[in-house]
Design a protein around this ligand. Structure first.
Ligand code: NIG
Ligand code: FE
Length: 404
């Protein structure tokens, strides 16, 4: 057995059971067996025979080690931008008004449909590489700007291709029920029929890892969302939901009844919704970028989520309409300043809880048997990751056991 030792570091393992804030181990050692963590603990406790079996040794130079960061909610594959709508909103229009007038998601649908796969990949790659530069090792990407079979397929294929070309994990979520495409105006139930057909085909092509929907006044009703979730269940796919972002549609309770991996946004979540999520084990994915960019004033009910024991994740929601942002570290800061999470909660939100929001129990903490995905930061304390605005601390990333 040939092992690899990483030492000369302090490790924020993010293990909830360690009794230390951030699961911190000072002067730590990580022993890797290929792509997996074989041993994690204090350097002085590494068993002597294990040390002898470490053919390779790396000195972290005093770095802070965290699990690889996980962005569990993004719409990273899209074409164009919506700076013009940003301008309209600052001149008084609301997000919902722009959407009802055929702008919003529909504008990006048009741009994404007309872009070639190559062009779409080029534009999306820049965002993906920005995230990777901040230590992201796992990324979720949603479809939902195609809203017809061919362009939805194109988006998912681009997401899969980006994963092939980079050292990170990409999970693909089908979001056919994101908005009503113009050709289905006034026929939303007929479009949901089409969503079900698309889902079946794209799943058969191996392009779908999970299913999402936008349950909202300007999206789909709870009853329509249910139909999408029933289809997902039949295919054995997990579900998640854009829920209670602009109003309370009872989406979270409904999603919880399908054991949703997560409910996302949640500014208008009710206490009953939070209780239902706790019971179902659904993660609350909070998206401070969208909260900030839409200049929302209603905060997601963090106290209820805490009280009822709902795990909270944080993500970029990277998209051209409500969160044109490819910085997960900036989201950490905003989760603290705007949503009032503690730095420890925020960091758990992009590691342990984000892994759970994607249904990936093999990552998110530094523990034996899990993937060797971790980041060595040129920092002294984990709170520094949440503290600085717009900084990108120097880092080295180990993905799947190897430095990338
Ligand atoms: O997560 N809420 C719906 N979907 C995106 C916004 C999409 C867009 O405006 O382009 C979100 O906020
Ligand atoms: Fe979103």
């Amino acid at each position: 057995m040939s092992l690899t030792l990483w030492h000369g570091c302090n490790a924020a393992t993010m293990r909830p059971d360690s009794g230390q804030p951030y699961g911190l181990i000072e002067d730590a050692a990580l022993v890797l067996d290929g792509p997996l963590l074989h041993w994690v603990g204090a350097r002085c406790d590494v068993p002597v025979d294990m040390l002898a079996a470490c053919a390779e040794q790396h000195d972290g130079g005093g770095a802070l080690v965290t699990p690889g960061l996980i962005d569990c909610h993004s719409h990273l594959v899209y074409a164009g931008d919506r700076a013009h709508e940003f301008e309209l909103r600052l001149n008084g229009a609301t997000y919902e008004e722009i959407s009802r007038q055929g702008g919003g998601i529909a504008a990006t649908v048009q741009a994404t449909r007309s872009a070639s796969a190559e062009e779409l990949k080029l534009q999306s790659r820049a965002r993906l590489q920005q995230l990777m530069g901040e230590g992201v090792t796992t990324l979720e990407i949603k479809s939902g700007y195609g809203l017809a079979l061919a362009p939805e397929r194109k988006m998912l294929q681009v997401a899969r291709a980006l994963a092939q070309e980079h050292a990170l994990t990409v999970r693909c979520t089908f979001l056919g029920a994101h908005a009503l495409p113009p050709e289905y105006a006034g026929r939303s139930d007929a479009y949901v029929d089409e969503v079900l057909r698309m889902l079946k085909k794209l799943h058969a092509e191996g392009l779908v890892d999970a299913v999402d929907a936008f349950c909202e006044r300007i999206g789909f009703s709870a009853a329509q969302t249910r139909r999408v979730f029933e289809a997902a269940r039949e295919l054995g796919l997990p579900v998640k939901l854009h829920a209670e972002q602009l109003s309370d549609s009872g989406g979270a309770q409904m999603a919880a009844s399908y054991s949703a991996l997560s409910c996302d946004h949640l500014e208008f979540l009710s206490e009953e919704g939070a209780q239902a999520m706790a019971k179902a084990g659904s993660v609350a994915v909070l998206l401070p970028g969208a909260f900030y960019f839409l200049r929302e004033t209603r905060l997601p009910p963090v106290d209820w989520l805490r009280r009822h024991g709902v795990p909270m994740a944080i993500a970029t929601d990277c998209n051209p309409g409500t969160s044109p942002c490819s910085s997960l570290l900036l989201m950490l800061n905003m989760a603290c300043t705007l949503l009032r999470l503690t730095p420890q909660e925020a960091l758990a939100g992009v590691t342990r809880h984000a892994a759970r929001a994607l249904g990936l129990p093999d990552r998110g903490i530094l523990a034996v048997g899990l993937r060797a995905d971790f980041v060595l930061w040129d920092l002294q304390h984990p709170a520094q990751l949440c503290y600085a605005l717009g900084a990108r601390p120097a880092n080295r990333v180990i993905f799947n056991g190897e430095e990338r």
